[in-house]
Design a protein around this ligand. Structure first.
Ligand SMILES: Nc1ncnc2c1ncn2[C@@H]1O[C@H](COP(=O)(O)OP(=O)(O)OP(=O)(O)O)[C@@H](O)[C@H]1O
Length: 350
């Protein structure tokens, strides 16, 4: 743990020098999702401290959330910051897909007095953290062995569905910056055809994210009940998994079963598309909350269920990420990424 910067007493003559050193060493990192914003300080040895999780809904925008973070942690901001955000990052203007925040990266940099602010898609950041994960920070679901130096896939349901990956390059890996959560969801059997038909009543385009996310699990449960002509019952996604785990609601259990199977389909598609012999990693906030249900689910059998390519997929391991702040480490890695990622703003020399 590094000491909070505000607790370091500086003599006036040393102050400027030391602050410059701190700027070179400590960095502010963030992981902004549709539900939570996590912030932390990363030291020169890439260790995290001052980790704090804030609810996005409590703040008008990222500036207010950051000011609250600084106040709650009683720290001075480092001069350099990088945030992963659950959004495509294509320029200075960011309008979140699953939350109301809209902001300019450059304006935020200026308002916070930062020398550099990098915004990157949250799953691009998470992908950059994968090579740093320790063995005990991932749990294998099913068989397969990762092949070193090969492509790696990443997918994770949370408020939305994040998708990214790493492609091998001369000096390591290149992170993907796509929007794979919005691919069209495909049915594998007649039951899923009926579920997707039901979803069309509500969405013109039924993307993977429409189903493989917290709100998606709620819709799946609604669909299962409606197709069974059961009376509607509004349950949140946490209630649905809670009741499925407790065995108290057959509709919840079926919704979760469909959720895991459909995630297997989409993760298998990602593995095929990338040639992800390095493995497919599963992130996001939902899977770690499913307990043993996920490992016992149809996820892995569906992942491998690709006809003539089943043996190809059987060799690819799938791992649930068990490192709650991996995306924060990935945001720090993005600052050092040799290729341009996200949107980077820096203070112009006077
Ligand atoms: N026990 C649970 N079972 C299923 N879903 C849950 C559970 N608890 C929370 N969720 C759902 O998980 C989602 C939040 O996911 P996550 O924790 O990854 O937040 P986030 O980082 O803000 O999300 P994202 O980055 O995707 O926007 C919400 O839709 C919430 O309803």
């Amino acid at each position: 743990m590094i000491a909070p910067i505000s607790q370091i007493t500086l003599s006036p003559s040393l102050s400027t020098f030391t602050q410059t050193q701190q700027a070179a060493q400590a960095r502010l990192v963030g992981d902004i999702g549709g539900t939570n914003a996590r912030f932390a300080i990363v030291d020169e040895r890439d260790r995290l401290s001052h980790v704090r999780v804030l609810h996005c809904a409590d703040f008008a925008g990222p500036e207010e959330a950051l000011r609250s973070y600084v106040e709650l942690e009683a720290i001075a901001l480092p001069a350099v910051a990088a945030f992963g955000i659950a959004n495509p990052v294509t320029g200075d203007e960011v309008a979140m897909t699953n939350h109301r925040w809209r902001f300019s990266v450059e304006h935020l940099r200026q308002r916070m007095g930062l020398d550099r602010l990098l915004l990157v898609n949250d799953f691009t950041a998470l992908a950059l953290s994968l090579p740093q994960l320790a063995q005990d920070e991932r749990h294998a679901v099913g068989g397969g062995t990762p092949v070193a130096g090969q492509a790696i896939g990443l997918i994770g349901p949370g408020t939305g569905l994040g998708v990214s990956g790493l492609l091998p390059a001369a000096d390591g890996y290149l992170p993907l910056q796509g929007e794979g959560g919005h691919v069209t969801l495909a049915a594998r059997d007649a039951r899923e055809v009926r579920i997707i038909e039901w979803m069309w009543r509500h969405h013109d385009h039924v993307s993977a994210e429409r189903v493989l996310s917290g709100p998606g699990l709620v819709m799946l449960h609604d669909a299962v009940r409606d197709l069974a002509a059961a009376p509607p019952r509004k349950l949140g996604s946490a209630d649905i998994t809670g009741q499925a785990l407790a065995g108290t609601c057959p509709y919840c259990a079926e919704a979760l079963d469909l959720f895991c199977a459909l995630l297997g389909t989409v993760a298998g598609d990602l593995a095929l598309t990338l040639g992800a012999s390095g493995g497919v990693y599963l992130g996001g906030g939902i899977l770690p909350r499913l307990g043993p249900l996920f490992a016992q689910s149809r996820f892995r059998s569906r992942f491998e269920d690709k006809g003539r390519f089943s043996s190809y997929l059987a060799r690819i391991p799938t791992f649930v990420i068990d490192a709650p702040y991996a995306a924060l480490r990935g945001a720090a890695a993005a600052l050092k990424c040799p290729v341009r990622v996200g949107y980077d703003t820096t203070k112009q020399a006077q």
